[in-house]
Design a protein around this ligand. Structure first.
Ligand code: FES
Length: 160
């Protein structure tokens, strides 16, 4: 009798292992696909952003008159983006988009400068939203201001 191990048994059991090997391959493949999808999905969402709801021409309530004093400002929500309402030192109201035209940071009013300032890269806009210093390439979108009773409403400027 031979004492050598029977290698034929391992060869004979190979077909029995095939479904298990196939199952492991499917599991690994599914894991790799899920990993790839989890990396690619944010990239695709960044490259093709979803359409955001827009306010169109509708007026939105930006503030109550009592909330502002001369040489101050407040932000408000204009659709999916922020807006900036400024009461100038002379008591006039100016409204514009608060999204910087450089890389999209939110701008703010600087009472000490009496200008609109973007803190990300030190961009400066005047009170009409014109870009006057720093990297912003375009003016801020200016909005139309309407006073109704004690409320300040803002809407997109109508094309002439
Ligand atoms: S994002 Fe405003 S200056 Fe760069």
């Amino acid at each position: 009798m031979s004492s050598a191990p029977d290698t034929g048994a391992a060869v004979r059991s190979a077909p029995a292992n095939l479904p298990r090997r196939h199952f492991v391959n499917i599991l690994l493949g599914t894991g790799l696909l899920a990993s790839a999808a989890s990396f690619l999905y944010p990239v695709l969402r960044y490259l093709v952003p979803p359409k955001l709801p827009d306010m169109g021409d509708d007026a939105v309530l930006a503030a109550h008159i009592s909330e502002l004093k001369p040489n101050t400002a407040t932000t408000f929500r204009f659709g999916a983006r922020p807006g900036l309402l400024v009461e100038t030192a002379a008591g006039e109201y100016r409204a514009m988009s608060a999204t910087c035209t450089h890389l999209g940071c939110t701008v703010q009013y600087r009472p000490d400068l009496r200008e609109i300032w973007c803190p990300c890269h030190n961009g400066i806009y005047d009170l009409n939203g014109r870009n006057i210093s720093g990297p912003p390439p375009r003016p801020l979108e200016a909005f139309e201001v309407q006073i109704r009773g004690g409320d300040i409403f803002v809407r997109r400027k109508q094309e002439a």
